[in-house]
Ligand binder design. Structure first.
Ligand code: ZN
Length: 145
């Protein structure tokens, strides 16, 4: 239910686990064990004192709710984590990515990052610029230190 939110939080650099296989109570139990804030849209869990129940249905509004409760600096941490699997990315030399990215991308970018877990390759493409613009709109400048 919150997988899109989880992907966006990871793009912002947040360490987010999200396992759709787990039931709500089980996921909450795991979050407590790991010392993580727990985010949910599950009404049955909203009365727990350590749960952030998200009112919003749209992910942009959910992102605002999360940042209001757990502010952090996206300019500093954005694009440091794989949005798919949450692993920290490592910058890799251009020749390492070689034929694994489209030729146009290879020809026009110098910096690449690799997820060593799921082997996804990231580069500073247009969609990242758009994402940055989106973050800037979501987070008022004065809240970013
Ligand atoms: Zn990954």
């Amino acid at each position: 239910m919150l997988q899109r939110l989880a992907r966006w939080l990871r793009l912002l650099g947040a360490d987010v686990t999200c396992d759709p296989e787990l039931g709500g109570a089980e996921a909450l139990h795991r979050a407590r064990l790991e010392g993580r804030p727990f985010l949910t849209r599950d009404k049955r869990l909203r009365t727990a004192p350590d749960v952030l129940y998200l009112q919003a249905q749209l992910f942009r509004d959910q992102l605002r709710e999360v940042l209001a409760h757990h502010p952090f600096d996206p300019q500093r941490f954005a694009f440091s984590r794989c949005s798919r699997c949450n692993t920290l990315l490592h910058e890799v030399p251009r020749d390492v990515v070689g034929r694994r990215v489209p030729p146009f991308v290879y020809a026009t970018h110098d910096r690449f990052a690799l997820c060593e877990h799921c082997h996804r390759i990231y580069w500073d493409a247009t969609h990242l610029s758009r994402a940055r613009a989106e973050f800037a709109a979501l987070i008022p400048a004065q809240s970013v230190s």
